[in-house]
Write a protein that binds this ligand. Structure first.
Ligand code: HPA
Length: 270
């Protein structure tokens, strides 16, 4: 694994003269952020040694280097999900590479189902903690001490400074934003009514199928992490509501302006 990470990071370093300071994973709701990035270099995932290739509609595969809000960033346009059949190591490999490139923080976005009764479709949730309900963990297997400790501390999974900055930015921009707990499930089914109620009962405000593996790897390497979610559907209430990928993408796309604005201002403030 160490060799693979090094090969990929060396390939990128050899091909560009650019030091990224922040890594951004453009999940649902942040695709439009690329239009705000002054792009210096862009690679198709297929050009990058050892990179997995993305398979889901709405997630194209590009690794982008450039500036955003005056800061040097690298961005993954298209993430890898466990439900696509990738191992946890494959899902998080790009994060390991970004860390090897020397980034100082990891910023992610996703779409989620809201279970907190105070939430509405289209709301933004700044994630302040998570529950890993995935059937695995990217750190299972041999631990490489060069990457992080065998038993990493997870008392501060999301960086409190970035959380408070993002909340202030959202308020200033007039976007409804909550701080909330994200539960990660494998998918690809959306939840049954009983599953939404269960996930709510154990303490989550929103549920989705990504982000947690990446954050675990980020925290393993002691990198501050930030994640923002767009609530695309609601679950766990009296009456079951149908959820579809099309609806999730529609709401996420409609919220792109809000999500992009917050991330851009946040990066500028770092
Ligand atoms: N459940 C899981 N993942 C999701 C949901 C949901 O309701 N909405 C968007 N991603």
């Amino acid at each position: 694994m160490l060799e693979k990470i090094k090969t990929t990071a060396d390939f990128l370093k050899k091909n560009i003269k650019f030091q990224p300071d922040y890594a951004i994973i453009l999940g649902s709701g942040l695709g439009g952020l690329v239009n705000e990035v002054e792009i210096a270099h862009s690679f198709d995932y297929t050009e990058i040694p050892n990179f997995p290739v993305s398979t889901v509609k709405g997630h194209t595969g590009k690794l982008i280097f450039g500036t955003l809000g005056g800061k040097n960033i690298m961005a993954l346009q298209g993430r890898f999900h466990f439900y696509e059949g990738y191992s946890m190591q494959e899902v998080t490999f790009p994060i390991r590479v970004m860390i090897a490139m020397g980034v100082k923080a990891l910023l992610l976005s996703n779409a989620s189902g809201g279970m907190n009764p105070a939430y509405e479709i289209g709301d933004i949730v700044i994630i302040n903690d998570h529950i890993n309900l995935l059937p695995s963990n990217p750190l299972i297997g041999k631990n490489y001490d060069e990457l992080g400790p065998r038993f990493p501390d997870m008392s501060e999974p999301y960086d409190p400074i970035m959380i408070s900055k993002a909340k202030a930015i959202a308020d200033k921009l007039g976007h409804r934003a909550h701080l909330g707990v994200y539960a990660a499930v494998s998918g690809p089914c959306f939840e049954t009514p009983a599953e939404y109620r269960y996930i709510r009962t154990i303490g989550a405000d929103i549920v989705g199928m990504s982000t947690v593996p990446e954050v675990i790897v980020g925290r393993h390497a002691n990198i501050p992490c930030f994640a923002i979610s767009i609530v695309t559907d609601l679950g766990g209430f009296e009456e079951a509501q149908k959820v579809s990928h099309e609806e999730v993408l529609k709401v996420a796309t409609a919220a792109e302006g809000k999500m992009t604005g917050i991330i851009k201002e946040l990066v500028k403030s770092l």
